[in-house]
Ligand binder design. Structure first.
Ligand SMILES: Nc1ncnc2c1ncn2[C@@H]1O[C@H](COP(=O)(O)OP(=O)(O)OP(=O)(O)O)[C@@H](O)[C@H]1O
Ligand SMILES: O=C(O)C1=C[C@@H](O)[C@@H](O)[C@H](O)C1
Ligand SMILES: [Mg+2]
Length: 193
């Protein structure tokens, strides 16, 4: 553990409702499947006292179907249309931590929406593909895009530049727990000028 992480964990004032710059109106978490967007997003929202919105759950609520059924019954292109529409809707909210699906930044229109919505602070949760793959295998969540690991790894590499370009902050989560990742994010947000 680094000195910075130790310092963060021993500062009790960082634990609840930390003040972050008022110019940040929403935090968007991006990264590949298994990077922890949903897990970290929920914890971060709790720490900030903000709403948490998971884009996959938002799509499921709006369509009345699971992500798995949307892929299986209508195909990925249809899912991507619903994802773009749900994203546009979600970006209208303030004081929200929005966790994207891993593929949302593949679409140019989605990247433009994220970049051009004022007050949006995007954070890229990164880790090497094998780490992410192992995390996903341990979870009982259906991820259609992981069905063929070789294709999934190719998409991981294709997406990396998009994740990076969108991000104000990039965090390598490979050696961190979800809690340590949140501590790091809160500290970074608080010290942002
Ligand atoms: N440092 C970490 N940060 C976040 N999650 C971690 C970390 N280490 C291990 N994990 C675990 O990895 C899994 C990440 O799953 P999660 O569903 O949050 O990923 P995701 O990025 O939302 O994936 P998807 O794009 O498929 O929605 C969880 O089981 C979480 O506990
Ligand atoms: O990386 C992807 O393409 C996906 C990630 C998940 O969050 C879901 O949005 C869906 O399974 C597709
Ligand atoms: Mg998720």
């Amino acid at each position: 553990m680094t000195a910075t992480q130790t310092d963060i964990q021993t500062q009790p004032e960082l634990q609840t409702n930390p003040a972050i710059p008022p110019t940040i109106r929403r935090i968007v978490l991006t990264g590949f499947m298994g990077s922890g967007k949903s897990t970290v997003g929920a914890l971060l929202a709790e720490r900030l006292g903000w709403e948490f919105l998971d884009l996959d759950a938002h799509i499921e609520a709006r369509s009345g179907s699971s992500v798995r059924d949307l892929f299986a019954n209508h195909g990925e292109p249809h899912f991507r249309l619903l994802e773009s529409s749900a994203l546009a809707n979600a970006l209208g909210r303030r004081n929200v931590v929005l966790s994207l699906g891993g593929g949302a930044p593949e679409q140019l229109t989605n990247r433009l929406l994220i970049e051009q919505t004022p007050g949006t602070h995007t954070i890229f949760l990164d880790a090497p593909f094998p780490v992410l793959f192992d995390r996903c295998v341990l979870q009982a969540i259906a991820r259609p895009v992981l069905a063929d690991p070789a294709i999934a790894e190719a998409r991981f590499h294709q997406r990396q530049p998009h994740y990076r370009r969108l991000a104000r902050l990039i965090v390598d989560t490979a050696a961190l727990s979800p809690r340590e990742t949140v501590d790091l994010l809160v500290h970074s947000l608080q010290t942002r000028k």
